[in-house]
Design a protein around this ligand. Structure first.
Ligand SMILES: [Fe+2]
Length: 238
């Protein structure tokens, strides 16, 4: 081929490892199973239709501040360190910002289950940490409309099946799976659409997710970006 394709505007997913000793890990795993059990009982008592085929998501119903539990103190510190590495890797001066976990929760995936495509639009940075990740329990899958989409849905699965797209590659794909193992952490912009590939194993997979908000230490000179909440004024609505 003559000519040249210059690939621009990458999306960067940060991946690293956080290794925790087995004893501490088991405490966290058991805590998550306890929270899951209570959550399922509450849902049943409230006559919510609970589908046993669904992944258990601890992001609502009172279990969405997981990292505040004592068992997760060490892990939340280590996750915080990785978040700073990620932000620094984007050439952002972390000293000028403050970072807050706004919510954090566990997910438990069993055989043939997966998490549907979603994004965490109320947040800036999201993480996924694999506390228990058996083989074949499903990778994280990122989704986007490719920048190269010259006609709507031209790179869709349907068009691939029909043979219009001769080869799927990074320039035309709508999904990318990132292989993850136990102890891996992935960090990415919260607006990024993602899902999980279905689990094909009898062993359950446990991941921990968190949403992080960032704000300026000092908003002087910054027209955009959230000022620190220390300077916010509450509106009385009582
Ligand atoms: Fe998510």
């Amino acid at each position: 081929m003559s000519g040249q394709l210059i690939d621009i505007f990458p999306l960067s997913i940060f991946k690293d490892k956080i290794v925790i000793d087995e004893k501490e890990k088991n405490l966290m795993i058991n805590k998550i199973y306890d929270i899951e059990k209570i959550s399922r009982e509450n849902l049943n008592n409230n006559n919510n239709i609970w589908n046993d085929k669904s992944v258990w998501l601890g992001d609502i119903n009172g279990s969405e501040f997981l990292l505040k539990n004592q068992e997760f103190k060490n892990l939340s510190k280590k996750i915080g360190e990785k978040i700073l590495l990620y932000v620094e890797a984007l050439n952002i001066d972390t000293k000028q910002l403050k970072f807050y976990f706004q919510k954090s929760w566990a997910t438990v995936t069993r055989k043939e289950q997966n998490i549907q495509v979603h994004s965490h639009d109320q947040s800036n940075i999201s993480i996924s940490y694999y506390l228990k990740k058996p083989n074949d329990s499903g990778n994280i899958r990122f989704a986007c409309r490719p920048h190269n989409e010259i006609a709507k849905d031209i790179f869709s699965e349907e068009k691939v099946k029909l043979g219009l797209i001769k080869k799927v590659d990074l320039r035309n794909t709508t999904t990318v799976d990132i292989p993850v193992e136990e102890n891996d952490i992935c960090i990415f912009p919260s607006k990024t659409k993602h899902s999980t590939a279905p689990s094909n194993t009898d062993e359950s997979r446990i991941s921990i997710s968190a949403d992080i908000s960032l704000m300026l230490v000092d908003s002087y000179g910054h027209e955009k970006l959230m000022p620190h909440f220390n300077n916010w004024q509450e509106i009385n609505n009582s």
